[in-house]
Design a protein around this ligand. Structure first.
Ligand SMILES: C[S@@+](CC[C@H](N)C(=O)[O-])C[C@H]1O[C@@H](n2cnc3c(N)ncnc32)[C@H](O)[C@@H]1O
Length: 289
């Protein structure tokens, strides 16, 4: 098995595929495919690494590696599953592949930015396949969570994930164009990983991104279309002392430039990644027009 892993990683590296959709290097990408073929639910034991693949497993593994290389489909779209904040998630091209650094904040129950005990309602705006909403419900077991998205396809996948994680009772998914269907609703936390890729960057993305919904990535000329709506409307959907957490990736530069007077707190993550800001309701009311 170890041999197969090394061989797979070398093949992926040689082919120059792009990593960054749930895995960030050739070994993890090959492992995602191999563990799927072996139907492993958790990391393999050292003894398993010494075992040889059966002929059937070897053929299936080669076929998937070949598909990964020839189509540039991200590995976790081939396997249909990934992990987010330690929870298993179904993945398919109806929604973006879960990979937000916000997972780490959720695992820490949004501490130290808010007292988890006071969090009763959370909104995951632009929820996609539901990873942020579902992980939030898991780590804040007393909270009720709404997950909203404009895409019916993404919401269908989110509902499958909710059922499998047995979280359907506390997580409600609904269709909404940003806040349009949420009139009068208020939350202690609004968290969002909205689309934030600008037009020029869209044209230069590696082919792997073409397998993800364009709606999940493209956000106008500068990548600010969704962020602008969120900044302008979030305050009226937050409770006093409530928090807004938004991922904008490397559109951070444009965000800083566009709103120079807004006192964003840019979060740091132990596991890497960045481009996530935090604002309180009061900061939004005072500084965003
Ligand atoms: C970057 S993806 C994030 C998905 C998920 N939250 C995650 O972290 O994996 C952005 C999501 O925003 C949704 N979206 C795009 N425009 C929207 C809009 N106007 N209103 C609500 N959702 C929107 C897309 O359908 C997509 O699912």
């Amino acid at each position: 098995m170890l041999e197969a892993l090394v061989h797979g990683a070398k093949a992926l590296d040689r082919a120059g595929v792009f990593f960054g959709h749930g895995t960030d290097n050739a070994e993890d990408d090959a492992a995602a495919i191999l563990f799927y073929v072996l139907d492993l639910k958790s990391a393999p034991s050292p003894a398993l690494y010494r075992r040889r693949l059966t002929l059937r497993q070897a053929v299936a593994y080669e076929a998937l590696l070949e598909l990964r290389i020839s189509t540039r489909r991200p590995a976790v779209y081939l396997t249909g599953r990934t992990w987010f904040a330690g929870l298993p998630m179904r993945t398919d091209p109806r929604a973006l592949i879960p990979r937000s650094p916000i997972a780490e904040l959720i695992e820490n129950q949004f501490r130290p930015w808010i007292d988890p005990a006071r969090v009763k309602r959370v909104l995951d705006l632009c929820t996609g396949g539901g990873c942020i909403a579902l992980a939030t419900a898991h780590y804040l077991p007393k909270a009720k969570v709404d997950g909203t998205d404009i895409s019916d396809e993404a919401l269908a996948l989110a509902r499958v994930n909710a059922r499998e994680l047995q979280l359907s009772r506390r997580v409600r998914f609904a269709k909404s164009d940003h806040f349009a269907a949420l009139k009068g609703r208020r939350y202690d936390i609004i968290v969002s990983n909205p689309p934030y890729v600008g037009a020029r960057e869209m044209r230069s993305l590696p082919p792997e991104y073409e397998h993800e919904p364009r709606l999940a990535l493209a956000a106008g000329k500068q990548g600010l279309d969704s962020v602008r709506v969120i900044l302008q409307q979030a305050a009226r959907h937050l409770t006093p002392g409530g928090l807004l957490v938004v991922e904008v990736g490397n559109t951070e530069t444009q965000v800083r430039r566009q709103w120079p007077r807004v006192p964003f707190t840019w979060l740091e993550f132990e596991r890497g990644g960045g481009g996530v800001f935090l604002l309180t309701r009061e900061q939004l009311q005072r500084h965003v027009r």
